[in-house]
Design a protein around this ligand. Structure first.
Ligand SMILES: [Zn+2]
Ligand SMILES: [Zn+2]
Length: 159
């Protein structure tokens, strides 16, 4: 068992606890959705759906959507779009964090921007009682796609 598995198991338990605490039902299907969403890196709703259907063939895409958006409302999931217009989710890291999305291949990764938590707390301070969720995305080309886009030229920018 690698350390990543432990983190995932702990995170699954944490989410289930929050669901119970908020009066939500913890059904085997919900557990499967949460597990599937945590098992891969920023999966799309479709990917979670396909994974859950292996064990629960009766699961509908709508149920997967509903469960993930419920978790988002609880502050336990972060949703983000991608270049393929698919909605992706991050359940592993609910804390404020920024994402980088590749416009060409749809890859998503976390960006550990250190000033972000400050920005998020300042935003809620100035929001006049609004209950906000956040989504901070950066768009562009991933390292692989950037390489492909500029194979010959050296595009190093110089001031
Ligand atoms: Zn890419
Ligand atoms: Zn993330």
């Amino acid at each position: 068992m690698c350390p990543g598995d432990k983190t995932q198991t702990r995170r699954i338990d944490e989410i289930l606890e929050k669901v119970r605490a908020s009066g939500g039902r913890v059904t085997p299907q919900r557990v499967a959705i949460i597990k599937a969403a945590i098992a891969s890196d920023h999966p799309s709703v479709e990917q979670v759906y396909q994974a859950v259907r292996v064990e629960f063939p009766m699961t509908s895409l709508a149920t997967v959507y509903k469960t993930l958006s419920m978790l988002q409302e609880m502050g336990q999931a972060v949703s983000l779009g991608s270049s393929d217009d698919a909605l992706h989710y991050d359940l592993l890291t609910p804390d404020p964090h920024a994402h980088a999305l590749c416009l060409r291949c749809g890859r998503v990764r976390d960006l550990p921007v250190s000033t972000l938590p400050d920005m998020v707390s300042e935003a809620s301070e100035v929001a006049d009682g609004w209950r906000l969720t956040r989504r901070i995305d950066f768009w562009g080309l991933c390292d692989d796609c950037a390489h492909e886009a500029a194979p010959a030229e050296d595009r190093t920018e110089r001031a």
